[in-house]
Design a protein. Structure first.
Length: 366
């Protein structure tokens, strides 16, 4: 599900979560709690509050206005608003699709168990510690410092709770469908609800909707754009998949086996919030063609990606079958998310507060 989960990565980089486990909750202001959008489904209703819109807007705005806040009041402001709101609504639909899908499959993401899990994350987030094999540096128990760190990434208490609930929902959905049979050292391993045969997996693998590429990731801290362009030119001069793979291996910290295995890009197994350009370019490549240098940033990693389209063969399928099963499951689960996101996007309605919102005045100091 890592390819599907995007918002949790974006907002969990610097801090984790806050709630009521030992630390007093911070109530949202009247402005923060103001409803901007409503999601009205046949069997569920959700309110989208200003605090969530604000977090998304402030974290994305520089990509659209280039640091010039005046564009949000200019004669072209509607064009800017339309572009950023498209992205924001996609993220909103992703969050609430996880809640809605949980509801459909009988998972209560607002249960006491989930609340208790959130409390555990809060404790280690503020105090430091380890939970679910994740290590948190914490803030030495300084709750005010923790809240300031939230504000520094444009979050308030309630929004971070929402985002972490979303992350928990995604993991619970993944566990429900995938199961834990492929997890090592789990005495209570269980089958997931998704049933499939080897033929089903091969149909996904061999589909025209699935592209296999070798993937070179060049982190910004080690590779300039100019260096990446030179690498692309070198790759174009390589003779076949083996030579391309060997060259990428020498550039990468990834394991040789992972590089040679390549990456399968299906219709639903990559989150388009971060991978849209990569997915689009992969689909347009001819066999054995090298892509352009693609800028890539997911909130955690940034750099350049270069793709090389390679063949899908029976020998490759047989050798890497277990891994390809994982890609197949990612794609199937991704399809469930896509269907629910589409339903939510189509059901969004806007309040007067949203329609009259002044984007130039949005800040964490309101």
């Amino acid at each position: 599900m890592k390819k599907i989960l995007s918002l949790a990565v974006l907002f969990a980089l610097f801090v984790s979560l806050t709630s009521c486990g030992g630390y007093k909750p911070v109530e949202s202001t009247e402005k923060e709690a103001e409803v901007m959008m409503q999601i009205n489904l046949p069997d569920a209703q959700y309110d989208v509050r200003y605090e969530l819109y604000r977090a998304l807007f402030l974290n994305y705005k520089s990509e659209y206005d280039g640091g010039d806040n005046s564009v949000w009041t200019s004669e072209n402001k509607d064009e800017y608003i339309e572009k950023i709101d498209k992205r924001i609504k996609e993220d909103i639909s992703e969050i609430y699709a996880s809640f809605y899908l949980c509801k459909k499959i009988g998972i209560d993401v607002f249960s006491k168990d989930v609340e208790d899990l959130i409390k555990e994350y809060i404790k280690v987030s503020v105090d430091g510690g380890e939970i679910n094999s994740m290590l948190f540096e914490g803030y030495d128990g300084d709750y005010d410092k923790y809240l300031e760190s939230l504000k520094s990434i444009n979050l308030n208490y309630s929004t971070q709770v929402l985002l972490f609930r979303y992350a928990i929902a995604v993991e619970m959905i993944d566990l429900y469908y995938r199961g834990t049979m492929n997890e090592e050292f789990l005495p209570d391993a269980s089958m997931g609800k998704l049933e499939y045969t080897r033929e089903d997996v091969y149909e996904f693998y061999d589909s025209a909707d699935t592209t296999r590429v070798l993937w070179a990731f060049l982190p910004d801290e080690y590779f300039t754009r100019e260096r990446a362009e030179n690498i692309r030119i070198t790759l174009e001069g390589k003779n076949g998949e083996e030579e391309v793979a060997t060259y990428i291996i020498n550039l990468s910290t990834a394991g040789a086996t992972d590089i040679k295995k390549g990456v399968l890009i299906g219709k639903y197994n990559f989150n388009t919030s971060y991978y849209d350009e990569i997915v689009s370019e992969a689909k347009e490549l001819d066999m054995f063609e090298v892509s352009s240098v693609i800028e890539y940033k997911n909130g955690q990693d940034s750099g350049h990606v270069i793709l090389y389209k390679c063949a899908k063969t029976q020998a490759h399928f047989d050798e890497y079958y277990d891994s390809i099963v994982g890609d197949y499951l990612d794609n199937e689960i991704g399809k469930f998310f896509y269907e629910n996101q589409t339903q939510i996007l189509n059901s969004l309605t806007y309040t007067d507060a949203f329609l009259n919102l002044d984007r130039s005045g949005i800040s964490m100091d309101e």
